[in-house]
Write a protein that binds this ligand. Structure first.
Ligand SMILES: [Zn+2]
Length: 72
């Protein structure tokens, strides 16, 4: 069975839609963000770059889930 982490997913943070290659947005994000998404001269983000970019947000969500219900 293929590892689902190997399947390229949309480059937009939080979007899990599969795409053809790492660093590409999915059609739904292209529709949703329209002209706010622009091509750049830089190379598309790699899987590792996307994971690095999103790591702090995932840690923040993890911490938030662990502290929900904690009263001070
Ligand atoms: Zn997307």
């Amino acid at each position: 069975m293929d590892d689902p982490r190997e399947t390229p997913t949309c480059v937009i943070p939080g979007c899990p839609q599969p795409v053809g290659a790492w660093g590409q947005p999915c059609p739904a994000c292209l529709d949703a963000f329209g002209t706010h998404l622009r091509l750049s001269d830089s190379a598309p983000l790699t899987r590792e770059q996307i994971a690095d970019r999103d790591a702090y947000v995932e840690r923040a969500y993890y911490t938030q889930r662990r502290t929900v219900g904690v009263r001070r």
